[in-house]
Design a protein around this ligand. Structure first.
Ligand SMILES: O=C(O)c1cc(=O)[nH]c(=O)n1[C@@H]1O[C@H](COP(=O)(O)O)[C@@H](O)[C@H]1O
Length: 278
């Protein structure tokens, strides 16, 4: 079976280095003239999938904006995942799960087992109960060609206090995460299936990301203030592994589908130019 890393590498080669997030904020629903309810959520997602599902490598639905409508919202998430898979984009579900290992097993079944209605290509995960506690996710992902993106240096200003804290061995928490994920990707070609999340907003990380041999998801572009031109400073020699991610910057162009496509093409052009500078 083809690994997630290989599938992602092919998708990026064919469609370009871009992830677009589906984050249906109440404010965006209002700007699109949609009601802040399940029907509005459904309409919003259908428009996004129709507009860009067949042109971006990865689409990242943010689970929180579906969960806030309860079981019916999760039902819309399931149908959005199905529509995205049919459109040919890889689906990265942003759920940032993390817990003790035995509970992580259940999260893994929910998102990374092909028999689940919430099955996706990859998920985001939180390592703050220990990277090792995520092992059931790594194992199930590997068994079914899935991927896991683990938080390392997040885009929000509050993240640094935890992530840059130095442990007894002299490494930062982030470096521990980087090292453990690098181990999982050792020897993988053309790219490992285990990624990291590193915000585009954070400037020079002071950490070595080049050895990860896996995808580096870079949120924080657009609405949070980072630009594609910042990617070089943040990622340095790891730039070829970067998967830039935009949500509001693209979604703000809707609901017109042509405008959503134009916004997607614009940010993809900026990312191609930024990543080509290596
Ligand atoms: O894992 C993420 O995607 C993520 C990590 C991070 O460090 N910062 C971050 O903003 N995100 C997510 O990326 C999206 C950013 O949305 P925009 O700021 O609208 O582009 C949101 O869904 C966040 O939850």
């Amino acid at each position: 079976m083809e690994s997630f890393g290989a599938r992602l590498h092919r998708a990026v080669t064919e469609r370009g280095p871009l992830c677009v997030g589906i984050d249906p904020h109440p404010g965006l629903l209002a700007r699109w003239g949609l009601p802040d309810d399940v029907e509005g959520l459904d309409r919003f997602c259908r428009i996004v999938v129709e507009a860009i599902g067949d042109r971006v490598a990865v689409v990242k639905p943010q689970s929180a904006f579906f969960e806030r409508f309860g079981s019916r919202g999760v039902g819309i998430l399931e149908s959005t995942i199905r529509q995205l898979r049919n459109s040919g984009s890889l689906v990265l579900l942003d759920v940032k799960r993390g817990d003790i290992g035995s509970t992580v097993s259940a999260y893994a079944s929910a998102y990374l087992d092909p028999s689940s209605s919430l099955y996706v290509d990859a998920v985001t995960a939180s390592p703050y109960l220990g990277v090792g506690s995520l092992a059931p996710m790594f194992d199930l992902a590997a068994a079914h060609g899935g991927g896991v993106f683990v938080l390392a240096l997040t885009s929000n200003p509050e993240g640094a206090a935890v992530q840059r804290a130095v442990g007894a061995d002299g490494r930062t928490v982030a470096q521990t995460v980087i090292d453990e994920i690098s181990q999982l990707n050792r020897g993988a070609e053309p790219l490992g299936s285990f990624g990291l999340v590193v915000g585009a907003t954070i400037g020079d990380t002071g950490h070595d990301l080049a050895a990860v041999n896996g995808p580096l998801l870079a949120p924080g572009l657009g609405a949070q203030g980072a630009t594609a031109a910042d990617l070089r400073t943040v990622f340095g020699s790891a730039l070829p592994s970067v998967l830039p991610s935009y949500s509001r910057e693209v979604l703000g162009a809707g609901p017109d589908e042509a405008a959503l496509r134009a916004a997607t093409d614009r940010v993809l052009g900026e990312c191609r130019a930024a990543l080509a500078t290596v």
